[in-house]
Design a protein around this ligand. Structure first.
Ligand SMILES: Nc1ncnc2c1ncn2[C@@H]1O[C@H](COP(=O)(O)OP(=O)(O)O)[C@@H](O)[C@H]1O
Ligand SMILES: N[C@@H](CCC(=O)OP(=O)(O)O)C(=O)O
Length: 372
């Protein structure tokens, strides 16, 4: 039996900093060449592959002669800008050997959080794929600060998986997969070969980054698998040094850790809503509204909203929470924060009188709402 990956056509491959830069010693051109060869072969057999590559900061530090990772955000951004040059030059020449074009795509959190930019990023990537070009994605480190960062490329890889509705996310790292504990610290740890994405026990096994080169460690990979599963994608965590790892995985061989998605695929807009890291505001729902959303598949009406937090405009993504603060849903609001405050707790028939103009009956329509 295959591992489910033999059914996958569109995949996102994420490679970590320590792999790309030989544990920080400089770009590992052999490794890059190996992945490019495999991706080219997959491309030739009709697969669509997007590469999310880390390594800009590690490579930039190496080029600038810095032995220790700077703590200042501006120095990190400077290192990323220097290192990104090296990364894309290397990928460009590796893919050219297989007569393929590569494209650099730098994304920020804001690009995926804004509905219009999200749709633009999505169409650019799908257009590149239809042209058989290999998109190489990294976070746009130059323009991001801590509050608006993805922070790690595992998360970025998962969001890109949701964005383009990929069938699988393959995270290549410096370990053979997820172990029952960090193998750098616990030599008795054993490899987990398969589990369900989102299984909470996995989060206890996963630790932070094992070296000073990588950022997220295993925990961000486990959370990335959970996020990727929301759009129905399976995740594999495997070693980037394993011979022909991508080719073998897509033939159905079991390598590393397979984290399977069980949730049915959500429609694209709903994925976008669920994948939002930052929301523009918050609506507090009463118990009746929560029940209507959860068991009735209903829209959110103003009568069920008891409180409104934040400042937002019509069309913004807002969080819907219970009175105890629990996450219920996310959705695109039909009313601004000011309007929502005025119509909250009121029946929809009163909207026109309260606002002086008529509008949608629902505060959030069920088509624009995703339960968490
Ligand atoms: N349960 C675990 N299984 C495997 N690796 C783990 C685990 N917990 C923590 N780690 C650490 O996570 C590291 C990989 O994460 P990271 O350094 O961020 O890599 P990358 O640059 O590939 O994203 C491993 O080298 C390992 O030390
Ligand atoms: N944008 C950063 C990404 C850092 C990062 O997430 O690293 P990793 O944990 O190795 O995937 C860079 O290219 O250095």
């Amino acid at each position: 039996m295959g591992t489910l990956l033999d059914q996958c056509k569109r995949i996102v491959v994420k490679v970590g900093s320590s792999l790309v830069t030989n544990q920080g010693a400089g770009l590992d051109l052999d490794a890059l060449g190996n992945w490019a060869r495999q991706i080219a072969a997959l491309n030739a057999s009709g697969h669509e592959v997007v590469l999310v590559s880390s390594g800009a900061i590690a490579e930039g530090m190496q080029r600038l002669g810095w032995n220790t990772r700077p703590t200042s955000i501006h120095e990190l951004q400077a290192a990323a800008a220097v290192g990104q040059m090296g990364l894309v030059q290397a990928y460009e020449s590796c893919f050219r050997q297989h007569s393929l074009h590569a494209a650099q795509v730098l994304l920020t959190h804001a690009d995926l959080a804004n509905r219009e930019r999200y749709l633009n990023a999505r169409s650019t990537l799908t257009t590149l794929l239809s042209l058989r070009v290999i998109p190489i994605i990294n976070e746009n480190d130059t323009v991001v600060t801590d509050e608006i960062k993805f922070g790690d490329n595992d998360t970025l890889g998962a969001l890109v998986t949701n964005l383009i509705e990929a069938d699988a996310l393959v995270i290549l790292t410096d370990q053979s997969g997820l172990y029952t504990a960090d193998p750098r610290k616990d030599p008795s740890a054993t490899l987990v070969s398969q589990a369900q994405a989102g299984d909470a026990t996995l989060e206890q096994m996963a630790g932070g980054a094992g070296s000073s080169i990588g950022r997220g460690g295993m925990i961000t990979k486990i959370l990335a698998a959970k996020r990727a599963a929301r759009s129905g994608a399976h995740t594999v965590i495997a070693s980037g040094h394993e011979r022909d790892v991508l080719l073998r995985l897509l033939k159905g061989e079991s390598i590393g850790t397979l984290l399977t998605a069980t949730t049915p695929t959500l429609v694209a807009r709903k994925q976008w809503l669920a994948g939002h890291l930052q929301v523009a505001g918050k609506l507090v729902l009463d118990a009746g509204a929560i029940k209507a959303l959860r068991s009735g598949g209903k829209s959110l009406l103003p009568i069920g909203v008891v409180d409104v937090f934040g400042e937002f405009e019509r069309g913004a993504v807002v969080a819907c929470v219970g009175e105890d603060g629990s996450d219920i849903a996310r959705g695109l609001t039909n009313y601004s924060a000011d309007e929502a405050r005025r119509i909250a707790r009121h029946p929809s028939q009163e909207i026109e009188t309260l606002l002086g103009y008529g509008g949608d009956q629902e505060l959030i329509h069920r088509d624009n709402l995703v339960l968490l």
